[in-house]
Design a protein around this ligand. Structure first.
Ligand code: GLA
Length: 412
């Protein structure tokens, strides 16, 4: 997706998350009434996510520690055309309406369109309908209006949020059963095979299964997700560099391929099956670049497990230290950072109220995540953002995030 009205810099919007989502819902509601002449029969919310630690480990069957956030995609909908399998969806962010029939999903022209970079916001919805249909799930049509406040292209998983929101709507249309893990897998399939981004499972799983006030320690091999409470004295702050991500798909694919090469050279299925000593022992067999990629993955897996322990023990210093190490490893070994992310992380880490900071998500632009003491998080984040603006001239923003629950039908 390339354009969004919610992608524009909005100063001072970091304060009241509740007020902001009320505004988004009011805009969606007004559009819904204009288009259909009715009030919505149902609301669905699916969150974005921020990853505390564990980057580029999910597609290596490793560990991640993300949380769903209180920035979301919302869909207002009605089911006023019984037995009609048509989805009609209007996006307030793109000001476009599109329509498709869920029982006639055809993927045949997608590969060509992916190659030509022709992916529109509606492809996230179509892809999910296709993946659910392929897996034999009964789904139905609806009329809906979608919008949200997850910044697009910032690395906060606006894609997973729209995918899970649409999945929830398609299933709600037939009053079907909802299993977050199953749905996360299908949304991931949609993203890989319809949208063309060869992602891991982290974003869709936390968007589907997130819990209030908790991060999720996910084992991406078994998909077991253990909730880890976030101590109330800590604030998780997203620092948006305002540099939108570029070349993510191609560089992401290249990193994946490098990890697969490392694993096959070492004679294992995935890098989850080795530790640092194994990587060191194979150093001579691995191309130096591949060696560094593998070193990042195995050390990052270790850091995630330690970070979950630190969070449980309310040891913010240790957690912050691990986040700093993670950034260094992503910058130097995995090479997915960029100048803006490095500046933001350095400024955050230099602030005396910050426990640690790192890039979050795929990298190559987007956001950093930082851990602050809650009582001083607002002014501290403002200071970091102001210094960043002076250093780069870019209109950065900060969002203090609460851990939120996963995709769900919400009461009015
Ligand atoms: C993107 C992908 C995820 C994960 C992260 C990096 O967000 O969608 O699956 O690989 O990058 O950790």
């Amino acid at each position: 997706m390339t354009r969004s009205t919610n992608d524009q810099p909005q100063r001072g919007d970091k304060g009241s998350n509740k007020a902001r989502s009320r505004t988004v819902r009011e805009r969606i509601s007004a559009a819904f009434e204009t288009i259909t002449g009715q009030r919505p029969a149902m609301w669905i919310r699916a969150p974005g996510r921020v990853n505390l630690i564990g980057e580029h480990t999910d597609y290596n069957d490793g560990f991640v520690l993300p949380m769903a956030i209180d920035r979301s995609v919302w869909i207002a909908l009605s089911f006023d055309r019984p037995d009609d399998k048509t989805v009609t969806l209007h996006s307030i962010d793109f000001d476009e309406t599109d329509e498709f029939s869920v029982d006639r999903m055809d993927r045949s022209d997608r590969l060509e369109r992916i190659e030509q970079n022709q992916t529109s916001w509606i492809d996230y919805a179509r892809g999910v309908a296709w993946a659910l249909g392929e897996a034999g799930h009964e789904i139905g049509g609806f009329r809906g209006v979608v919008g949200g406040d997850v910044p697009i292209g910032a690395g906060l998983s606006s894609s997973a949020a729209i995918e899970l929101a649409v999945a929830r709507a398609l299933v709600a249309a037939v009053d079907g059963p909802w299993d977050p893990t199953v749905m996360a897998r299908l949304a991931q399939r949609a993203e890989r095979e319809w949208v063309g981004m060869n992602c891991g499972i982290m974003d869709q799983l936390v968007c589907a299964a997130g819990q209030r006030d908790r991060a999720l320690l996910i084992d991406c091999r078994s998909l077991a997700a253990e909730p880890v409470p976030i101590p109330s004295e800590l604030a998780v702050v997203v620092l948006d560099t305002a540099r939108r991500r570029e070349l993510v798909n191609s560089a992401f694919g290249e990193r994946r391929a490098q990890c697969e090469r490392a694993a096959s050279t070492m004679g294992v299925a995935t890098l989850r099956d080795v530790d640092l000593a194994d990587v060191e022992a194979h150093a001579a067999d691995l191309d130096p670049e591949i060696y560094r990629r593998a070193r990042h993955v195995v050390t990052e897996n270790q850091r995630v497990v330690r970070a979950a322990d630190a969070l449980r023990a309310n040891d913010a210093r240790e957690l912050g230290r691990l986040m700093d190490e993670s950034h260094t490893s992503l910058r130097d070994d995995y090479e997915v950072s960029c100048r803006e992310l490095d500046i933001m992380v350095e400024l955050a880490c230099g602030h005396d109220r910050c426990h640690g900071a790192r890039l979050t998500g795929a990298g190559f632009g987007g956001c950093a995540v930082a851990l602050f003491e809650r009582r001083s998080a607002g002014p501290a984040a403002d200071e970091v953002v102001a210094s960043y603006r002076r250093a780069t001239g870019l209109d950065a923003r900060s969002y203090i995030c609460q851990a939120a629950r996963g995709a769900a039908v919400v009461e009015e």
